[in-house]
Design a protein around this ligand. Structure first.
Ligand SMILES: C[S@@+](CC[C@H](N)C(=O)[O-])C[C@H]1O[C@@H](n2cnc3c(N)ncnc32)[C@H](O)[C@@H]1O
Length: 259
């Protein structure tokens, strides 16, 4: 996967991709991350990328011309090989579709290139959303000062889903959201820390019992923290039975489920 990041602050990205799994993926050429300065796609002396909004109002907007030019020249320069999957052109925006694990999987599977446009100021001229991009993506219902941090989130989440990026010891299949539930809680040594011991079953060596405990614990944690996920999760009759048992043990203040 090749990631092209379009930003007015290229220095923002010095560092975040130089650690851990993403660094290793770059070193192994499993991903390539290229940062482009939007100002280098301007022709005026001052490299202006923003302007005032028509109709008045606070703040400035990123102009359409440098963004169109940047995306079009990137797409032309990297002429697609027949074997490659199409490029996704993504605008990071609080008004976009919510970025979920399912979206990350979709990008990882369906594309071999992602061009990520980082907005700034009051946002981006709407013609970019209307006529240039394939996806408008939000990382959550809050407003950040720019699209650089959302772009990092997308690069990180997509990268770890690409083939050969995670070792078999850190496979993504048990991660939260992969099967519609949160991940089960995890413990490591020491088995006894202060007054708190890890659940006996986890040190029993009984794999079937451990698997059962993990499924129950994942259901319980999802019920407690994200009951909204249970509506869409694929649940067996036994899962539902366990959930009913958990519900009976919940104190009223622990329940976030809607009636
Ligand atoms: C201050 S925001 C603009 C907010 C815009 N006026 C609005 O209310 O929808 C500036 C830029 O930050 C990025 N941004 C802010 N919050 C975001 C979010 N939740 N998800 C993705 N990008 C975001 C976008 O690229 C956006 O163009």
């Amino acid at each position: 996967m090749r990631f092209d990041l379009l930003t007015i602050f290229p220095e923002f990205f010095s560092g975040p991709f130089d650690f851990g799994i993403v660094k290793r993926a770059r070193q192994q050429n499993l991903i390539e991350v290229v940062v482009h300065d939007l100002r280098s796609f301007t022709f005026d002396r001052h490299h202006i990328v923003d302007d005032r909004p028509f109709g008045g109002g606070d703040g400035m907007l990123l102009k359409p011309e440098p963004i169109f030019l940047a995306v079009e020249s990137l797409l032309a320069e990297g002429a697609q090989l027949p074997s490659e999957k199409p490029a996704a052109v993504v605008l990071l925006s609080p008004q976009g579709r919510l970025f979920t694990q399912a979206e990350a999987v979709r990008f990882a599977c369906d594309h071999s290139r992602m061009i990520l446009i980082c907005g700034r100021y009051e946002g981006v001229d709407e013609r970019v959303a209307e006529h240039l991009i394939t996806d408008e993506i939000s990382i959550g219902d809050y407003v950040l000062t720019g699209g650089e941090i959302p772009a990092m989130v997308v690069v990180d989440a997509v990268t770890r889903l690409l083939p050969n990026v995670l070792g078999s010891d850190t496979s993504a299949i048990h991660d939260s959201f992969s099967d519609g539930l949160l991940d089960s809680p995890h413990f490591t040594r020491p088995a006894q820390f202060r007054d708190w011991a890890v659940p006996d079953v986890l040190i029993s060596g009984h794999h079937a019992e451990v698997a059962k405990w993990r499924r129950k614990a994942a259901l319980r944690k999802t019920l407690l923290m994200r009951p909204d996920l249970l509506v869409k999760a694929e649940l067996s009759d036994l899962d539902r039975q366990w959930l009913d048992e958990f519900r009976k043990t919940l104190k009223p203040e622990e329940s976030f489920e809607k009636d």
